[in-house]
Design a protein around this ligand. Structure first.
Ligand SMILES: Cc1ncc(COP(=O)(O)O)c(C=O)c1O
Length: 353
């Protein structure tokens, strides 16, 4: 009854969304603030009559709004049902094991090997540097590959790379192989590679509405790159689902993209919380990797990450633990509101001294 494929398929396991009790939820890098207030006003007056029709399969208005924000033509923008879907189409469209494995860091977004498994693409992981930084020099000299992908800032470390390092990789990487920069967390202090798109036609920059725009529930992500790359993503989409981005999501996405003031304000607040929380935790003897994201990767010498995770969960606070060699000392903590972080700090002092 089941296909051979499904029997060996390895699903991605997202962070918990428990319903058993109320938690302070700091485990899936969601935004603690409201999305643009323009969305609330829009939903109040939204006419369900428009839902009789299928959505625009080209997602034109949304792609135009993104293009305006980044100074790109809408030909250079693709949108999808969350950046997870955009990434899936990109793996399908650009990575082909016949040309060699796709390269990504050893510790990174754990969906990448899942896509490789799904689309039957070989991959090769490259170790992080001793300071947990993604080592782009290793990518440049890795030899035969069908392309590369890395998040900037990386997940789950939160460490960002300056634009120069990305440019230097692109200078050295074969021009006929696609490099994907997954910028899910770029708006919390990183330097986007979107400005390099005009210079490198093998660069695809992927971003999301889930984090900095507080819209994880609407499922919107986008890719920016040279037109042939975007056309290839449309081909993949049109062979799979004509309408992955629904009418509401398209309109809400435009409103979020255009409300620059709200976006700037909530990003600024999250960065300020991260800095304040970082200082407090360092003062308490914790080690935090330097983060440019809306989360920190933190460890307490002598206390295993699993214990930190379990004790905090019992205290009603959810963080993320990765049961993986090399990461077991750490937990990943999403930035909540200042009040939530204060409650976390109190719990940490009580539980771990
Ligand atoms: C590095 C990275 N890329 C992409 C995503 C996917 O985000 P979404 O599908 O919500 O746009 C995530 C989600 O946590 C992520 O951490």
């Amino acid at each position: 009854m089941l296909s051979q494929r499904i029997k060996t398929l390895m699903p991605y396991v997202p962070g918990e969304q428990p319903r058993d009790r109320r938690y302070i939820k700091l485990n899936t890098n969601e935004n603690p603030y409201q999305p643009s207030p323009r969305i609330r006003d829009f939903l109040r007056t939204f006419d369900p009559e428009t839902l009789r029709r299928y959505p625009d399969p080209r997602m034109t208005a949304l792609r135009q709004a993104i293009g305006r924000r980044f100074g790109l033509s809408d030909d250079c923008v693709f949108t999808g049902n969350g950046s997870d879907e955009v990434l899936a189409f990109a793996f399908y469209a650009f990575f082909d094991s016949d040309c060699g494995p796709v390269l990504f860091p050893t510790f990174t977004y754990s969906f990448y090997p899942v896509y490789c498994n799904f689309f039957d693409i070989d991959y090769r992981t490259l170790p992080l540097g001793g300071d947990y930084t993604v080592d782009l020099d290793a990518f440049a000299v890795a030899g035969k590959s069908c392309g590369a992908i890395f998040p900037n800032p990386n997940a789950p470390t939160g460490i960002g790379l300056p634009l120069d390092r990305v440019r230097s990789l692109l200078e050295r990487f074969p021009r006929d192989r696609v490099v994907i920069v997954d910028e899910a967390y770029i708006d919390f202090g990183g330097q986007s590679a979107a400005s390099l798109i005009d210079s490198y036609n093998n660069l695809l920059v992927v971003q999301t509405f889930s984090k900095s725009m507080a819209l994880a529930g609407i499922r919107l992500g986008f890719a920016m790159g040279a037109k042939p790359l975007i056309d290839a993503l449309f081909t993949a989409k049109d062979a799979f689902n004509s309408y992955p981005v629904d009418t509401l999501a398209q309109q809400i996405g435009v409103l979020a993209m255009e409300d620059r003031d709200h976006f700037d304000e909530i990003c600024r607040k999250i960065v300020a919380t991260r800095e304040r929380f970082g200082e407090t935790m360092t003062g308490l003897g914790w080690r935090l990797l330097p983060s440019q994201a809306n989360f920190v990767f933190a460890s307490k010498p002598g206390v295993p990450g699993s214990q930190i995770y379990n004790d905090l969960k019992a205290a009603g606070i959810l963080v993320r633990y990765f049961d993986k060699e090399g990461l077991r000392d750490f937990v990943r903590i999403t930035m909540g509101t200042d009040e939530e972080m204060d409650t976390l700090v109190e719990a940490i002092q009580r539980l771990f001294g």
